[in-house]
Design a binder for this molecule. Sequence first.
Ligand code: HEC
Length: 167
Amino acid sequence: MQLRRARVLGTALLGAAGMLAAVQAVATTGSSKEDPWVERGRYVVAIGGCNDCHTPGFAMNGGKAKEADLLTGDSVGWRGPWGTTYPPNLRLYFQTITEKEWVKGAKKFTGRPPMPFWAINHMGKGDLRAVYRYIRSLGPAGHPAPDFVPPGQEPKTAYIQFPAPPK
Ligand code: HEC
C-alpha cells in the first residue's frame, strides 16, 4: 500500500498539488495499520541523526519539528576548506532516484563535509530500504537547498564556519 502510494506520488511529482493531496488523503484513510517498512525507516532516520542537518532548525530546537517539515533541507551553509555545502532537501532528492539505485549505490555513496556518508556506507539493505520507503511516504515538500559554493567564494546565506581539518 505504502509503496504503491509512493509510486503514485513519484509519478505525479511536484506537479498538481491538489491531486497529490487527494491521493495522499485516500492512501492515509485507506490504511489503518502503518507499513512496517515505513515505521522502521522513521526509527532509522531518527536515530541516524539525519534530521540534525537536513531538517531546518531541528538541532537548535531540541529535535522538535512537525513530521510534515522533516528533511526538507537547510539554507544555512557549512563552510570549510571544501567550500560551502547545504544539506539537500531529501524529500525532493528521494523523488529523483529509485529504491534499487539508492540501495545499490549506498556502499559507494560519498559527499562533501559534513555529510556523514560513512553512516550510509554502513547501513544494511533493510535499513536502506526502510529509509527510502519512509522518506518517500512523507512525499515531496519544500524547496531545493541553495547550490554548493566553491572554496574561496563568499556564500550569500548564513553559514557555520569550520576550521581547517587537523593534519
Ligand atoms: C552533519 C550534517 C549532516 C547529517 C547528520 C546528515 N547529512 Fe546528509 N548531507 C549533509 C550535507 C551538507 C550534504 C551535501 C553534501 C555535498 O554537497 O556534497 C548532504 C547530502 C546528503 C545526500 C545527497 C543528496 C543529493 O542531493 O545528492 C543524501 C542522500 C543524504 N545527505 C542523506 C542523509 C541521511 C539519510 C542522513 C542520516 C543517516 C544524513 N544525510 C545525515 C549533511 C548531513
